[in-house]
Design a protein around this ligand. Sequence first.
Ligand SMILES: Nc1nc2c(ncn2[C@@H]2O[C@H](COP(=O)(O)OP(=O)(O)OP(=O)(O)O)[C@@H](O)[C@H]2O)c(=O)[nH]1
Length: 305
Amino acid sequence: MPPLLKLHAWKLAGLLLLANLGLLAHLIAGSIKPTSLWNWTDILGEGGSALLVLLWIGLLLKSRPAGSVTNLLFFGLACLFFSLWMDSVDEFVQLPAGVGWDKWLESGPMPVGFVLMTLGIYHWHREQLAISAQMEKRERLFREHRLFDKLTPLGTADYLRLQVQQALQQSREEGQPLALAILDLDGFGRLNREHGHAEGDRVLQSLTQLLLLNLRRQDLLCRLAGDRFVALLPATGAQQAQQIAGELQEAVRHLAYRSSRNGERLRLSACVASVLAQDEDGESLLRRLNLALAHAKQAPAVKRA
Ligand SMILES: Nc1nc2c(ncn2[C@@H]2O[C@H](COP(=O)(O)OP(=O)(O)OP(=O)(O)O)[C@@H](O)[C@H]2O)c(=O)[nH]1
């Protein structure tokens, strides 16, 4: 049995039974009209409408999950179908004068069907709103996923921008300082060329773990680009930020990273800088941070180390 019939067998059997009972009642009470009396316009209009409603019922049951909304829509459509079917039957069957029940069968289920359909469509609308709200949540989650780096478990530059904006607002509200520290590996391009891109990836992953280990719980580390990382340091003054940046630089210098090819030690070093947030927006704060790094890079290596 097709799944559609299996799921809605009772409903469909009930509709079929009612439609046949209606036909039977007409056949018992009346007689078939001669074809010369058939009104083809009515037959096509009413019979065609009944068939279309049957098609709607099929599409409805095929496309919707079983449940109360589907039932309301089904019974609504079933009433419309029954009315139209009875209307079509009296085009072929002549009932004796004085019979009135056929008018009830034709007109009675129609308004009931419209009421059920209205209720069904109203609940369908509410169901759609709930589904849309769920989709929106998923979409937000998906969008936020895109803000995370693929290589490291860190946020991207876009994520950093969002977090900096929020942190600036929070620091203003709480009257706390906010600082940013930046770290950029030295000669990473050369490391890539000499040891391969895959080795470079592993260096970035180890470096990420190292930096995270050396930061506090409240700090946020993001990967700004390539070999450049930024730490957002809430409730941190200029001096403390400088100290944290210096510690990160030291940690990188002491990292005993061994290449995966022959286990040789790859010596790493990094350039760091830090800035204290002023009364400014996130973009200008990040611009100042990059500028501070550019200045630090220009300083002689001996002075930096
Ligand atoms: N392995 C690897 N390399 C990357 C990735 N993203 C960027 N890079 C490389 O990182 C290098 C960064 O180059 P630069 O900005 O010149 O950095 P650098 O070679 O360390 O130069 P300085 O910072 O001036 O010392 C480029 O060669 C990029 O191809 C990545 O995800 N994985």
